[in-house]
Design a protein around this ligand. Structure first.
Ligand SMILES: [Zn+2]
Length: 107
């Protein structure tokens, strides 16, 4: 499958019936297409067609990260990946700064 089920809600029609692109799958398909193209290169049109299609898929795949599409209204949109800071890191940092403070007070 080129797409998988997405957890995101469509910004246009608020539908939950949305999909997410799978760049790794698209890139792999592109490589397979180029392979078929190379194999059938002696056959006019077909060989070139596969190589070109495979090349486009391979080149486009990195740009398809975080691309979502609505199955209802066919809207395609991109989501900016949110970097999540693990809670443990924040707690660890707070503990460290508190220890530093108490050490200073003791001096
Ligand atoms: Zn929609």
């Amino acid at each position: 499958m080129i797409v998988k089920e997405s957890d995101y809600i469509c910004p246009r029609c608020n539908s939950h019936n949305t999909s997410q692109a799978r760049p790794a799958f698209i890139a792999a398909s592109g490589i397979i297409f180029i392979g078929i193209g190379a194999w059938t290169f002696s056959i006019p049109v077909l060989g070139y067609g596969f190589v070109i299609a495979g090349g486009i898929m391979l080149l486009a795949s990195p740009f398809l990260r975080n691309v979502h599409l609505c199955n209802i209204c066919k809207k395609i949109w991109k989501i900016k990946p949110v970097k999540k800071i693990p809670a443990e890191k924040i707690i660890d940092f707070m503990e460290r700064s508190q220890k530093y403070k108490s050490n200073k007070e003791n001096d």
